[in-house]
Design a protein around this ligand. Sequence first.
Ligand code: FAD
Ligand code: GLY
Length: 413
Amino acid sequence: MPAQGVDMSIPIDNATGSKPTVAIIGAGVCGLGIGWRLAQAGARVSVFEKSEPGRGASWAAAGMLAAQAEAEPGEETLLELNLKAQQIWPDFRDELEDAAKIPIGYRDEGTLIVALDRDDAEALKFNFDFQSKLGLNVEWLSGPEARKKEPFLTPNVTGAVFSPSDHQVENRDLVDALRIAFSAAGGDLRLYTEVTAIESAGGKVTGIRCGDEVTPADMVVLAAGAWSRGIDGLPKELLPPVRPLKGQVLALRMDPSAHLLRHVLWAPEGIYMVPRLDGRLIIGATVEEKDFDHDLTAGGMLHLLRESWEAVPGLDELSIDEMWVGHRPTSRDDAPILGPTEMEGLIMATGHHRNGILLAPVTADAISRYILDGDVPEEIAPFGLGRFAKSRKNKNKPIDFDAARTKLKQGAA
Ligand code: FAD
Ligand code: GLY
């Protein structure tokens, strides 16, 4: 079944009588999700991926679908998008599992955020009051009530917020499912094919370049995650303000018959624990301004283990399964960058920061809808690249694409 509201008719180019071709840069959850929706609608769509599908942030993530418990003052517009994403996730899961014929490890036990001392409890209560006033589905629990839900929590727990609507998914299975569904729907996946430049003429996209080879396209979707500024061919005004935000993560192995935890659990200091159905316990994550640094550090692991152990002392018995580093695609205001740009045919789907797994379905539906019928869906209207033009000198002046191209060529010479 197509996504609700998606017009499955593709505009026909009257001059040639053919359907438009779409090139998507990046096979993370965003690129693959959009590609899947377009392929379902019969578009000619190719996804270009410089390595394996979904081995960027989409692989590194913890898979929390946490629109409510992480809501903070000042992010109300983003909250609306996050809530919309959360609402459509169950249907998206059903449709994807059906199309790909594999489960994606969705768990709906909910999320607990715990306080371990008075200071934590006050900060948590402040956020809880804010979330309650917005009508979010959150509940305040005493320490003993929290321990009833998670018996292995430390007796020091002083209070907790329970958020039953904040679920989780196994994001690596999600990537696999999207890849399978995309190909099954007729999408063309080009692996180990790095896009080196976006080609354009007269302010309109004409295709993408991979080394010496140019592939023509009517529309190009930039979904290259943290690498989205690294592709040549765009004037600087159209480079999305996205940077890598490093996160270190580790996974412990729980006894599958006696899982230590069932809910997603947030401990103080921004540390979370995400118990998977297969017995893995994901513990994340650091938040580091370190560019594309890939190093796992003793300090990073110590921080994750110390803070999680304070909340759940029993985890020191568990074996270490894996440790890794990922790079969140973080925009200047922490919100995603979605929709068309001043260059005709160039569409952004990047900058999803800490919520790209949560936002994958809404990104896929909204961007594909824009490509299919030409209207920017209401839910993504506040998230266009144009919002950053506020800080641009001469923001009302259209971009002079010819001058920008000459400058780019001179820079390359
Ligand atoms: P990516 O998954 O990074 O995909 C981009 C792809 O583009 C990559 O595969 C890359 O190889 C490819 N690419 C780049 N440049 C080129 C090029 N020139 N040519 C071809 N291909 C190219 N979100 C949540 O919702 N919940 C969470 O619990 C969560 N936890 C996280 C924990 C960590 C440690 C991290 C790092 C992120 C987390 N996130 C979480 C955020 C989430 O992972 C991202 O927002 C999301 O995966 C972004 O998806 P994407 O498709 O835009 O990017
Ligand atoms: N959303 C979890 C993280 O970014 O670490």
